[in-house]
Ligand binder design. Structure first.
Ligand SMILES: Nc1ncnc2c1ncn2[C@@H]1O[C@H](COP(=O)(O)OP(=O)(O)O)[C@@H](O)[C@H]1O
Ligand SMILES: [Mg+2]
Length: 337
């Protein structure tokens, strides 16, 4: 019976080579002795001669990075990012049947896009901060001057919206900063209990409406190894949620334990809980379980993605266990060193 698979027809060498020449990606193949077997059209820009076949790579490779990548003997397939000329390349090194295959993808456009997006968010947020603070003080002046309670109702409404915008911009700026490489985690050892105490004090005003009780169960001498400012932002977000999404006379507890290698901090509430189908989504940007309910509670939908960012920057993990109507437990687990 006649077969039509490529394998049975011995896929034409010419077809393969023309295909590789069409690619807007580089392919270089060297043998065990690092003689060049093949260079596709795209990758020929890295050579000093078109006449490369059978030559040792040292004679023909122009670029220092590629030179060292080919020189180096990796013990497994490898992925690297390198700058060649003014472009950024993702380089994959594969080992197939004793041959080494170097595959180069130009990721410059993607890098430019990522940078542009970050710059945009951070510039727009900075630009918005000034008009918002002007609006805030204008509202305060009106509030002081006007006695008409009908008008004051509108002022109050405007103030709430302005504060919402302010939180949104602050959260966007925190995220933009976390994403930029300049903002590294600066870890040190410190006592956790005091930090939680300070956050409780900061958030005390939110507990009044529903008479929420805050419990700091962190042992007196419990030390964490973390970026103090960043972990504070993360815990503040979790504790604020635990208060906001709680019920009348609810309780919020913060605990910590260690296994010697990792510390686990938990923020536990007796609130409304999160339905199982929403649990995988709550750490996504702008995700809010119940849009209409959340709108009344106020928030940006960015808090938990900030928490996730900060935990991961600490090489840690964050997760949640929750039951609707019973409450939620958020955990942050970070290494001790
Ligand atoms: N402790 C909690 N209990 C119940 N739901 C929560 C809790 N924490 C977060 N959520 C849900 O996850 C969503 C995302 O949280 P977050 O990113 O902090 O945004 P925000 O609080 O601004 O809405 C919230 O809108 C809420 O629906
Ligand atoms: Mg929140």
């Amino acid at each position: 019976m006649e077969s039509n698979t490529l394998k049975d027809q011995h896929l034409d060498y010419e077809i393969l080579i023309s295909f590789l020449d069409y690619l807007k990606e580089g392919v270089i193949v060297v043998d065990e002795n690092k003689n060049i077997l093949f260079v596709n059209r795209f990758a020929q820009r890295f050579l000093n001669t078109p006449d490369y076949e059978g030559k040792h790579f040292k004679e023909v490779i122009n670029d220092n990075y590629l030179y060292s990548i080919i020189s180096h003997d990796y013990d497994k397939d490898t992925k690297l990012e390198v700058n060649i000329d003014s472009s950024k390349y993702l380089v994959n090194v594969y080992h197939i049947k004793g041959k080494k295959i170097i595959h180069l993808q130009d990721i410059t456009p993607f890098e430019i896009y990522k940078q542009a997006k970050k710059d945009f968010v951070s510039n727009v947020s900075h630009e918005l901060k000034t008009p918002i603070s002007v609006l805030k003080s204008a509202m305060e002046t009106i509030e002081d001057e006007i006695k008409d309670s009908n008008i004051l109702k509108f002022v109050d409404m405007a103030k709430k919206r302005i504060n919402q915008m302010d939180s949104l911009i602050n959260d966007l700026l925190i995220l933009a900063r976390l994403e930029s490489q300049e903002d590294l985690v600066k870890k040190k050892k410190y006592l956790l209990r005091k930090q939680v105490e300070d956050i409780f004090e900061d958030l005390q005003h939110l507990t009044k409406d529903k008479n929420i009780k805050l419990k700091n169960n962190i042992p007196k001498n419990f030390e964490v190894y973390a970026d103090e400012q960043k972990l504070s932002i993360a815990l503040k977000n979790l504790i604020e949620n635990a208060i906001k999404y709680n019920v009348q006379n609810g309780i919020v507890e913060v605990n910590a334990k260690t296994d010697g290698k990792y510390d686990t901090i938990s923020v536990i509430d007796t609130g409304i809980g999160i339905p199982p189908e929403s649990i995988p989504l709550v750490f996504e940007r702008f995700y809010r379980v119940d849009k209409s309910r959340s709108r009344n509670i106020g928030g940006t939908g960015l808090g938990l993605s900030i928490v996730k960012h900060i935990t991961e920057a600490h090489k840690g993990k964050v997760w949640v266990e929750s039951q609707v109507g019973k409450g939620s437990r958020f955990y942050i687990k970070i290494p001790k060193t």
